[in-house]
Design a binder for this molecule. Structure first.
Ligand SMILES: Cc1cc2nc3c(=O)[nH]c(=O)nc-3n(C[C@H](O)[C@H](O)[C@H](O)COP(=O)(O)O)c2cc1C
Length: 574
């Protein structure tokens, strides 16, 4: 594939319960596929003083409380509201805002609306009209997100065309390869607070290939006991065969049948365009998210139409009103109530399966950056998965969907490994400084694997090197970088209770860090999105001042330049 100079796209989000973050992550995934270079973080993790230097930014924000901005954008928002900011501060910036809200609230999507207005007032130019997602819509915020994203990519491609000869990639979620059962092992110490598993797949014979940093998608499967409980609860025969079609198509067909004056007794004779036929058990197991995400408010509204017990109906109707919103939040989202639990609590509700499929949460894949190098471990691919279990405010034990799943389907999808491969591993200097902090994404293990891969590749001629001649091909420079990077990264394997952070190590080893940067190092920052990205920027600015003799302003500009030239990457999670 031809190497492309990727256009940087900053993606900032403000999210209280995770939806806006999900949207921002989707924007970043699609951006990577479309050959942009996205950088994603919560608004409060972004150093606002750098915003005037950006060219393109997508901002995704929810509205919470009574029309308030989410907690992780409050600082950003306060600073943006300062009265003394000049009216042309953001004159070079083009932006797009997508808001998530609920039109049942009086202050519908106000955080997004105010953010949009404020950016325009500071001279930034909107790329397109702001998008507003509404929980009240039967399909949730995605109903407006899908067309908004399509428009966003069209406008961006128009303004940032690909070089001649480079084809526009297709957003293809379907190119998936199913892998065999994996092997597991715990990588964190038994007494460490986070149980992180290294999960490895055997690719031998699959004919499959990947690059470090590519993504593996995990499709969880609901435990059989929950599936049987749901079938029983819904009065469904698990072995009955059902046809699933998109609702619009169904309506069109019904309309056509009415127009023709015909009705098909079993519907099977007009199979044209049917999406799938499957048993009720397979649909309940593979489509409905019974034990993971909490249902949306719309489910409660739908259930209220199919409930026989008067008390339960009253409660469901109350949850669907504006006054019931906060109580619904306490019962549902805050407690991470699952679909199965809701169905069991409202035991007299008997919604038909097709209404449930419209309103209930559906299973979605979880994506992980691959944490292995094909050069160091040919024929194998690994991911790191954090075991997620916690107690809700009322002390109910909850588990992450994958953690509670006894089995899952694992698929591989190539994505931004190419970025790392091309930028960090194949280019001349091939140096990496990386900082890692118990990240389930780009972690210590992944860092070391990338370095192993780097050592096994002749810089600038990666394709020619192989695992067999790798050790000989390693340059002294790469080896030194590997040792240095590993030393810095080691700060993050810290004993429980230790207060030594990677920023301390960066300052402590400032001379070496500065030297590596001068040699053309690439910087990968991975860790908690909350404070870490901003803290690392500030530590590197200190290093540039102390060891590079730069002024405060020049140091900030230097780090900024690293980002703009694509040598500084952040992969943060919260
Ligand atoms: C406690 C609470 C308060 C909310 N307040 C508002 C509001 O004032 N205006 C609005 O449009 N949406 C409001 N919403 C709806 C959220 O914006 C919406 O559910 C959104 O998808 C949440 O995104 P997040 O998960 O990123 O925080 C509220 C939701 C909750 C749970």
């Amino acid at each position: 594939m031809q190497e492309v100079d990727k256009t940087r796209l900053l993606i900032l989000y403000g999210s209280q319960t995770g939806n806006a973050q999900d949207v921002a992550e989707r924007v970043a995934r699609e951006a990577r596929l479309l050959l942009f270079a996205p950088s994603i973080m919560p608004m409060d993790a972004y150093p606002l003083q750098h915003l005037p230097d950006e060219k393109l930014v997508v901002l995704v924000t929810a509205t919470t409380g009574q029309g308030d901005p989410p907690d992780n954008m409050r600082k950003f928002w306060r600073m943006l509201l300062r009265k003394n900011l000049p009216g042309d501060l953001l004159a070079g910036l083009q932006y797009a805002v997508f808001g998530l809200g609920d039109s049942g609230y009086v202050k519908y999507n106000v955080a997004a609306k105010k953010l949009d207005r404020r950016l325009a007032a500071l001279g930034a130019e909107p790329l397109l009209e702001r998008g507003l997602g509404d929980d009240q819509h039967p399909s949730g915020y995605e109903a407006s997100l899908d067309p908004w994203l399509q428009q966003l990519w069209a406008v961006l491609r128009q303004r940032c065309p690909l070089p001649p000869g480079v084809q526009q990639p297709v957003l293809d979620e379907a190119a998936l390869l199913q892998l065999g059962p994996p092997k597991y092992k715990r990588v964190t110490a038994a007494d460490h607070f986070q149980d992180t598993r290294h999960i490895e797949f055997d690719l031998q014979g699959s004919g499959f290939d990947y690059q470090p940093g590519d993504l593996l998608a995990v499709f969880p499967r609901t435990p059989a006991a929950d599936v049987e409980a749901a079938l029983l609860r819904l009065g469904l025969d698990g072995d009955a065969w059902l046809r699933v079609e998109p609702a619009e198509q169904q309506q069109q067909q019904q309309q056509q049948q009415q127009d023709n004056g015909t009705q098909h007794a079993n519907g099977s004779s007009s199979a044209a365009g049917a999406v799938c036929e499957a048993t009720a058990r397979a649909i309940v197991q593979g489509v409905l998210d019974l034990s993971g995400c909490s249902p949306r408010r719309y489910l409660f509204q739908v259930l209220s139409h199919f409930v026989s017990n008067a008390m339960q109906q009253k409660r469901l109707q109350y949850f669907a009103t504006a006054e019931g919103r906060d109580d619904l939040y306490r019962y549902n989202q805050r407690e991470r109530r699952s679909l199965l639990e809701v169905l069991q609590d409202f035991s007299s509700a008997a919604p038909p399966l097709e209404r449930l499929l419209e309103a209930a949460p559906l299973l979605s894949p979880r994506q992980f950056s691959l944490a292995s190098s094909p050069a160091a471990h040919p024929g194998r691919a690994a991911i790191l998965v954090a075991v997620v279990a916690w107690a809700t405010p009322t002390k109910r034990l909850r588990k992450g969907l994958l953690t509670s799943c006894p089995s899952a389907d694992f698929y591989y999808r190539q994505e931004w490994g190419q970025l790392m491969q091309q930028q960090a591993l194949q280019q001349q200097h091939g140096l990496i400084v990386a900082f890692s902090r118990h990240s389930p994404q780009l972690d210590q293990q992944q860092l070391l694997d990338m370095l192993q891969q780097q050592q096994q590749q002749q810089p600038g001629n990666a394709a020619a090197s192989s695992a067999a001649d790798g050790a000989g091909a390693a340059t002294e420079q790469a080896a030194a970088a590997a040792a240095a990077a590993a030393a810095v990264a080691a700060a993050e394997v810290r004993p429980p209770g230790s207060r030594v952070y990677v920023t301390h190590k960066l300052r402590e080893q400032g001379a070496m860090v500065w030297q590596l940067l001068q040699q053309g190092a690439w910087v990968y920052v991975s860790g908690s999105a909350e404070k870490m990205p901003a803290a690392v920027v500030s530590a590197l600015e200190d290093v540039a001042q102390q060891h590079g003799g730069l002024t405060r302003e020049a140091a900030a500009k230097y780090i900024r330049q690293l980002e703009l030239s694509g040598r500084y990457h952040v992969e943060a999670w919260s």
